[in-house]
Write a protein that binds this ligand. Structure first.
Ligand code: FES
Length: 280
């Protein structure tokens, strides 16, 4: 898998496919929906539950006598539901870093072969060739299992679409940390401060309310402190300078992708005129 991460020969196909995906999924609202922005959680891993569940169940039924009909229904359900799951995956893939896109390309290729095998399995079953349908189904399950293994590497080893900022919380020490003197804290301006000397947070004051948010963007660790504050859907949001993900400053909800994750807001209090924060 490390060799795949480093194999630049995959970039020729990957770069072309990325252009096709970005050119096809143009409306921002559609891309955000597929990233999982309305959920505050990536959509692709949730969507793959349906085809994977249906296909595994069909494989179990294929091993039992007299279960042709329900097995065919489940193969059909898995095949149809895999299409939107694949579209959501491609949308996420197009916003990944280059080494992640290489592995993602192999993940997508394995799943495309698996999906094709299942489409063949469905066609065979519907035309009465159940032996062939079962064989293609088992081959399809083996291939999508390989795809799932590669997808696991992409998520757990390479951190694709996982929240990149949350690990900051694990490094923060307990107790209240002083951040700024309220008397000198400007209104409606992004300020960057550090907690425990190396955990960056951003401060945004609106009247007497102050938001303290982790600075590292959940998408790919972009510096939110260098981003802009924009009004989106009636809420002040910080927009990441790297790929444009936007997070509400009064709650941390993601309102614009490619991040599919919300950003972490930290609790605050004011002690003797000094703004302080702590772990949630
Ligand atoms: S790092 Fe990609 S949107 Fe922030």
């Amino acid at each position: 898998m490390t060799k795949v991460e480093q194999d630049s020969r995959l970039d020729r196909v990957g770069d072309r496919l990325q252009k096709v995906v970005l050119g096809t999924l143009r409306p921002r609202r559609l891309r955000d929906l597929l990233h999982g922005v309305p959920l505050g959680h990536p959509l692709h891993p949730a969507m793959v539950q349906v085809p994977v569940g249906a296909w595994i169940s069909a494989a179990v039924l294929d091993l039992m006598p007299g279960q042709r009909r329900p097995a065919t229904v489940l193969v059909g359900l898995g095949t149809v539901s895999a299409v939107p799951a694949a579209v959501a995956g491609l949308n996420d893939w197009a916003a990944l870093a280059r080494d992640q896109r290489r592995v993602g390309l192999v993940h997508a290729a394995a799943n495309t072969v698996g999906l094709t095998l299942y489409a063949g399995s469905l066609a065979a079953r519907l035309s009465g060739r159940h032996g062939m349908g079962r064989a293609l189904g088992f081959l399809g399950l083996s291939t999508v299992s390989l795809g799932a293994y590669i997808g696991g590497h992409l998520a757990y080893k390479q951190g694709a679409q996982v929240n990149q900022s949350v690990s900051e919380l694990h490094r923060m020490t307990d107790g209240w940390h002083s951040l700024a003197d309220m008397a000198t804290l400007p209104q409606r301006t992004l300020i960057t401060r550090e907690v425990d000397d190396d955990i960056s947070v951003i401060l945004y004051r609106h009247g007497d309310e102050v938001t303290v948010m982790l600075e590292r963007c959940p998408h790919q660790s972009g510096p939110l402190g260098e981003g802009e504050v924009q009004e989106i859907d009636g809420h002040a949001c910080v927009v990441c300078p790297w790929h444009g993900s936007a997070f509400r400053l009064n709650g941390g909800e993601v309102v614009q992708g490619p991040s599919g994750n919300d950003q972490q807001i930290l609790p605050t209090r004011i002690q003797n005129g000094v703004l302080q924060t702590r772990l949630p």
